[in-house]
Design a protein around this ligand. Structure first.
Ligand code: SF4
Ligand code: SF4
Ligand code: SF4
Length: 379
């Protein structure tokens, strides 16, 4: 997406954009975020971020922006899934969403099958390098790092960069999710405003804000937050960094898929035998949209084996997968589910010139006729 304008803004000013959305009644609700607070000790776990719906401007006093950028939502939550499942796809009300690029792709796919009303959305999307998953658990493995002393985070070239309360910062070897490391689509496909910290040093209190639409421009103006022009050296560093990140991801993806293709069909099926049909991949998949899931029903009736369960899911989702990685990020059996989908996606691209999650006008080759007959309603 090409931006109409881009600025540096203060991270602490970001909540004012959200309050403006509600005050000006541009949206009725916002899918925001909150960090986990232990009920007994009242201690904050800044590494565990969950969705939180804001309805009133006064609900928004702060926002865990760098936490959400670095860690994403914990467990199976994602903005696209939450929007569809918990806010009825914005069918009846206007909703603000803070999305990752893969959420914007999921939103596009859900809009194609009339599960989300795009007209009712205001999207603020990240440009990101990926996220560190299960950060709350993983950070404990670094004995030199006191999680309570961390005050800010960002994803760096080698892993997670942390800023500590004593003023020091350090980069630790805590990498982004495997799927993120081969994600080549780190830019939103649809958004009103964009945010990124890719070339902003951890010590800075600023972040880059991109304006993609007139609606985004109006909201920024009404929020009255201070904006600064981006110096040319930062602009060119950003272009270079995005190029570098995408080239690395392309190389990683090619290598992983080459290795994957070396496995025989038998070996790939054998791996699926480890599936326990727990359903977590379905819970987390933004494009697994059925309210009444046939697989859940069959599993309850004990009428399906584990391989058929997962093969059926792959067949159902195949041409809609937006490569978010939420399935393998959460699979207790650590099945590399996104590789099954990515190899299929590459084949679809070559054979049908089709890529899911790019443009709402691109009609899936399998279900174009059915989609044309669909009305906006939840299925
Ligand atoms: S899958 Fe891609 S777009 Fe989604 S969080 Fe990872 S890097 Fe970002
Ligand atoms: S693939 Fe993994 S997450 Fe999905 S049902 Fe099987 S065990 Fe559960
Ligand atoms: S199948 Fe997996 S990678 Fe594809 S959209 Fe669903 S959760 Fe994301």
């Amino acid at each position: 997406m090409d931006a109409l304008a881009e600025y540096l803004i203060k991270i602490e000013d970001f909540p004012k954009i959200l309050t403006t959305l509600l005050k000006e009644k541009i949206v009725d609700k916002i899918i925001g975020a909150e960090t986990r607070v232990d009920k007994k000790t009242q201690k904050e776990d800044r590494f565990t971020v969950s969705p939180r719906v804001y309805e009133k401007p006064e609900d928004i006093t702060s926002f865990p922006l760098t936490n959400l950028l670095a860690y994403g939502y914990a467990r199976t939550d994602s903005a696209a899934k939450y929007l569809h499942k918990s806010l009825e796809g914005a069918m009846k009300e206007k909703v603000g969403v803070i999305a990752r690029p893969c959420d914007t792709r999921g939103i596009v796919e859900l809009a194609k099958i009339k599960q989300i009303n795009l007209d009712n959305l205001f999207i603020i999307a990240f440009e990101d390098r990926g996220m560190v998953i299960n950060a709350s658990r993983e950070i404990k493995k670094f004995k030199d790092v006191d999680p309570e002393k961390v005050i800010k985070e960002k994803i760096g070239d080698k892993g997670l960069i942390l800023k500590l309360s004593n003023g020091r910062s350090e980069e630790i070897d805590l990498p982004i999710a495997e799927n993120c490391s081969r994600c080549t689509r780190k830019i939103p496909v649809i958004a009103d405003l964009g945010l990124n910290d890719l070339v902003i040093p951890i010590d800075s209190d600023e972040i880059i804000l991109k304006v993609y639409t007139d609606k985004g421009s109006t909201v920024l103006e009404k929020s009255k937050i201070q904006t600064k022009d981006i110096p040319n050296d930062i602009k060119s560093a950003l272009t270079q960094k995005i190029k570098e990140i995408r080239e690395n991801a392309l190389a990683k993806r090619a290598k992983d898929l080459e290795d994957w293709d070396k496995l025989s069909q038998k070996e790939k099926l054998e791996r699926l035998q480890q599936c326990t049909s727990c359903g977590i991949c379905i819970r987390g998949c933004p494009v697994c949209y059925c309210v009444d899931c046939i697989l859940t029903k069959k599993k309850k009736e004990k009428a399906i084996d584990n391989v058929t369960y997962q093969l059926t899911r792959i067949a159902h989702v195949a041409d809609r997968c937006v490569e978010c990685g939420n399935c393998d990020n959460n699979c207790p059996q650590h099945l590399p589910l996104s590789l099954y989908f990515q190899s299929l996606n590459d084949a679809f691209k070559e054979k049908f010139k089709y890529t899911a999650g790019e443009n709402v006008e691109d009609i899936p080759f399998r279900s174009g006729k059915a989609i044309k007959q669909m009305e906006l309603e939840r299925t």
